[in-house]
Design a protein around this ligand. Structure first.
Ligand code: FMN
Length: 192
């Protein structure tokens, strides 16, 4: 886990000018396993890269805007090359502010507990907010989807109550640089 950041910054310029955004997805505060691991990771990172600004985005701090009917309408308008209507503009602007905070960072560090074999709902909400045409990606019928975010890196720490990765102990935690959740479990979920 701690070696990952040794090659995190591609260039000196990226290192000296950068902000690392820590996206934390546990509501459990001081009791949080993922937060404890993140703290250890970030302490080491700060020692290795003292000029990198670390910002925390706590997804459970109740500031995440809703992505409701107006925002979804604006998204569909954007797909068609249109603009949000007057009534859609407010939710669209709120989503844009969340995206701007995301895109301002040069690198990302996620600390994520498993919730019901997935991620906490606020992380999905955040992903739904920032994933917009013309912001995160472009889309044309001919070319399909292409990403608009380049030259950034991310690392993630996952925690869970059970072992989902080979070699991981019960109630352990594990860091991966990309989401590869291992073999799919075939256990019944919630009965059958
Ligand atoms: C709402 C909720 C759902 C959970 N679902 C799962 C699960 O599906 N599988 C699992 O292994 N652990 C599950 N857990 C346990 C947590 O993933 C585990 O305790 C994790 O270390 C919590 O991280 P945190 O302390 O940073 O919040 C769940 C915990 C909560 C609170």
């Amino acid at each position: 886990m701690f070696l990952y950041f040794s090659s995190y910054y591609d260039s000196e310029e990226a290192y000296f000018m950068s902000t690392l955004l820590h996206v934390s997805a546990s509501p459990r505060g001081a009791a949080s396993d993922s937060r404890t691991l993140a703290g250890a990771f970030l302490d080491t990172h700060r020692q290795a890269h003292p000029d990198v600004t670390v910002e925390e985005l706590n997804l459970f701090d109740a500031t995440m805007p809703a992505f409701g009917g107006f925002a979804a309408g604006a998204k569909m308008a954007a797909f068609g090359g249109g603009q949000p209507s007057a009534e859609q503009q407010g939710e669209w602007d709120a989503a844009r502010a969340v995206f701007d905070r995301f895109s301002a960072a040069v690198s990302y560090f996620f600390s994520v507990p498993m919730w019901n074999a997935g991620v906490p709902y606020v992380l999905k909400q955040w992903i739904d907010i920032i994933s917009q045409p013309g912001w995160l990606f472009s889309f044309t019928p001919d070319a399909g989807y292409s990403g608009l975010i380049h030259g950034k890196k991310a690392a993630v720490i996952y925690t869970s109550g059970i072992s989902i990765f080979r070699g991981m102990t019960a109630n352990g935690a594990c860091a991966r640089s990309s989401r590869r959740p291992g073999p799919r479990r075939r256990d019944p979920w919630g009965g059958r």
